[in-house]
Ligand binder design. Structure first.
Ligand code: NAP
Length: 282
């Protein structure tokens, strides 16, 4: 039976550590969140971010803009936030309405305030193993893998999914940690053959219970990034938890795994950005 990596517990620990770190400070880390339209899932995510900031003691600003907001209006807001000294981290909640170009808009955020790690500058830094702000979900997955206490070096790591926000940065982080990395996607042939050789398996696919126990190596570390709604309306991952937990050595559950960890890492990134600004001031 696998050891379950408890994301809720670990996220709470990270938040408490941050709370303690900033308790004596006069100036607090500040996070600004921009949300356009009223996507119900986005509303939940944004409210959670505000709640996390409050719990830790960060300053936060939530900018809820109407669906028909123009590109110029968002550009103006990002410009103001880039120049606002109380703000150290800025995120644009995705998805944006169709008339807005999310790549263009995300890249207007000052890289030093890009706590989602989505700007080309921070992605380039990640690729070249240069210190920068790293996307929260893959950074959180690495946190879980390190928590296992197992060495990553020389291990076979398989990442399923090649999105810019999860799969690709995840594979790069594992490569920098000296794993031998294979990236799989929808055109991959003989997927099971590849996954069943993985010492570390990261599933970021978006398909309910897609990874079955026969696709997993005995004793593997399994990280489930997926967030899917099953036929009963319940949140579930990309991994068939019930069968895979019998074979894996460590596994993250859904809910209660990568989701809460991602939230905590956003807070960590905001603190990191804040520290960088403090250091720049000298
Ligand atoms: P995405 O952009 O849709 O990417 C999905 C990836 O899975 C693509 O690379 C796709 O391949 C690959 N894929 C799809 N079907 C496949 C198949 N049958 N076999 C192998 N690979 C397949 O999704 P994403 O943004 O990376 O997110 C992935 C999942 O993680 C979603 O469930 C999302 O909700 C969840 N997520 C969770 C968090 C969190 O905080 N917990 C954060 C971000 C995302 P192609 O490239 O060939 O299309």
């Amino acid at each position: 039976m696998a050891i379950i990596l408890d994301g809720k517990k670990e996220a709470k620990k990270i938040r408490m550590e941050l709370k303690e770190k900033i308790s004596g400070l006069k100036e607090k880390p500040g996070l600004a969140v921009i949300m356009v339209g009223d996507n119900p899932a986005s509303k939940v995510y944004v409210n959670n971010k505000e709640k996390d900031c409050k719990e830790i003691g960060f300053y936060s600003e939530i900018h809820k803009l109407p669906e028909k907001t123009t590109e110029t209006e968002i550009i103006d807001l990002i410009d103001k936030l880039n120049n606002n000294k109380k703000i150290h981290g800025i995120i644009v909640q995705l998805p944006l309405p169709k008339h807005l170009n999310s790549t263009k808009i995300t890249n207007l955020i000052l890289p030093e305030k890009d706590v989602d790690g989505f700007t080309f500058v921070n992605l380039g830094k990640l690729l070249t193993n240069t210190p920068g702000l790293i996307a929260c979900t893959p950074k959180g997955c690495m946190h879980f893998i390190k928590l296992t206490g197992e060495s990553i070096e020389g291990k076979n790591a398989v990442v399923i999914g090649r999105s810019n926000i999860v799969g690709k940065p995840m594979a790069i982080l594992l490569m920098h940690a000296n794993a031998t990395v294979t990236i799989c996607h929808s055109k991959t042939k003989n997927l099971s053959e590849i996954t069943s050789k993985a010492d570390i398996l990261v599933a970021a696919i978006g398909k309910e219970k897609f990874i079955k126990s026969e696709m997993v190596k005995q004793g593997a570390i399994v990280i489930d990034v997926g967030m899917n709604i099953d036929k009963n309306g319940k949140l579930c991952g990309d991994v068939d938890f019930e069968s895979v937990e019998k074979k894996a050595s460590f596994i993250t559950p859904v809910p209660g795994g990568v989701g809460p960890m991602t939230r905590a890492i956003l807070m960590q990134n905001t603190y990191e950005a804040f520290l960088n600004f403090q250091n720049m001031k000298g």
